[in-house]
Design a protein around this ligand. Structure first.
Ligand code: NAD
Length: 359
């Protein structure tokens, strides 16, 4: 039976980059025997314009019924003055929460062909292939109580709560170990166990989960050291698993090691491996409609989707190889262009990946 994919292009460049990703999915179907059904839905500003809400019920229904969701990006200037409850970004938070996507996978891969795009020395980053697994629905961003209160004497005090229950740590741990099993089988769990009791428990539970994965080597690192090591010697890491806030910060840091926001995919998974796949960048309203966006992060999101939710690792490998060969051939969209390379449009880049798949 063919798997179902919900396709939510969203706003801005979302429309353009998802169109290129669908070209790739289509050719895998027509020429390589992949079988998936796609159904489109509205999210973000496009959904607000059509239905008055950034996350219509129809979209949630399509997403719930699907085995995986492919998302472009949401947001744009024209919706910035809306009430916060109906802004495009609320659609994104709503679908993540609605689908229970607690495990956020953020790979930082630096193609050797693009090593000069990084702000770090080429020998430090060339060939980087790191996966950050961030807990996405718990920790200090969600903990109660929270707020701003007025103390005796009138001074105001802001407060948040960092809480992690064992089951929350255990499920993100399992998610990370499963991913490590598909990679180099090394995990670094990042915490602040020397200062925070919640992450002392984090460390204890990670040790417990590790017992079920004897092939995977687990190590622990304090978050301050992890930040330093990421910019000192990032290639030492294979999989990094961490809390919501630490992951938020470290994954952006890792993304920038690669120098190009237009190249990085991401995934958010639930407990059963169902996931939403999207580029890490936003809707880039400054370049929307010009056919110059880089579609590779979205095309690589399709590769992640095939690998992690649709059990089609061989198809994913085909996409990864095709992207590699297009970069080898010197084709570059404007964001990753450098001297001596051939600048191509968004659609020409999609066509080139399709051609590389078929060659
Ligand atoms: P952005 O990622 O959209 O853009 C940042 C810069 O990177 C811009 O100069 C843009 O042109 C460039 N860029 C981004 N993706 C690119 C691509 N594929 N190819 C070439 N260049 C690319 O971030 P922003 O400007 O802070 O936000 C713009 C809008 O996107 C806002 O409405 C924001 O809320 C939204 N946003 C959405 C998501 C999401 O949907 N997941 C994530 C971040 C921001």
């Amino acid at each position: 039976m063919s798997k179902k994919v919900a396709v939510l292009p969203g706003d801005g460049i979302g429309q353009e980059i998802v169109a290129e990703a669908i070209k790739v999915l289509n050719v895998l179907q027509s020429d390589f025997g992949l079988s998936v059904e796609t159904e489109n839905g509205l999210i973000g500003g496009a959904a607000y314009d059509a239905h008055g809400t950034p996350l219509p019920d129809q979209t949630m229904d399509i997403a719930r019924e699907a085995d995986a969701v492919l998302l472009g990006a949401v947001g744009g200037y024209q919706w910035e003055s809306l009430d916060i409850a109906v802004r495009p970004e609320k659609g994104l938070l709503g679908i993540r929460a609605g689908l229970g996507l607690f495990s956020n996978l953020r790979p930082a891969i630096l193609y050797p062909q693009l090593a000069s795009a990084s702000t770090l020395r080429e020998d430090v980053v060339s060939g980087l292939d790191l996966m950050i697994v961030r807990e996405l629905t718990g920790g200090i961003y969600f903990g109660q109580p929270r707020g701003i209160r007025t103390l005796e004497g009138g001074e105001r005090q802001g407060f948040n709560t960092l809480v992690y229950a064992e089951h929350e740590i255990e499920r993100i741990g399992r998610s990370a170990f499963e991913i490590a099993m598909k990679r180099d089988k090394r995990i670094t769990s990042v915490d602040k166990a020397n200062v925070l009791e919640s992450t002392e428990l984090w460390r204890e539970v990670m040790e417990r989960v590790a017992k079920d994965y004897p092939e995977v080597e687990l190590s622990h690192m304090y978050v301050d050291n992890a930040a330093m090591q990421l910019v000192r010697a990032p290639k030492q890491f294979d999989v990094m698993v961490t809390t919501n806030m630490f992951g938020d910060i470290l994954s952006d840091c890792a993304a920038m090691l690669t120098g190009s926001i237009g190249m990085l995919p991401s995934a958010s998974l639930d407990a059963n491996g169902k996931g939403m796949y999207e580029p890490i960048h936003g809707s880039a309203p400054d370049i929307a409609g010009q056919n110059i966006a880089n579609p590779l992060a979205t095309i690589l999101s399709v590769s992640m989707m095939l690998r992690y939710s649709l059990d089609e690792a061989e198809m994913a490998d085909r996409i990864d190889r095709a992207v590699d060969s297009v970069l080898d051939g010197g084709l570059r969209t404007r964001d990753i262009h450098s001297d001596g390379m051939q600048e191509v449009s968004c659609s020409a880049m999609g066509d080139a990946v399709v051609a590389a798949l078929c060659s």
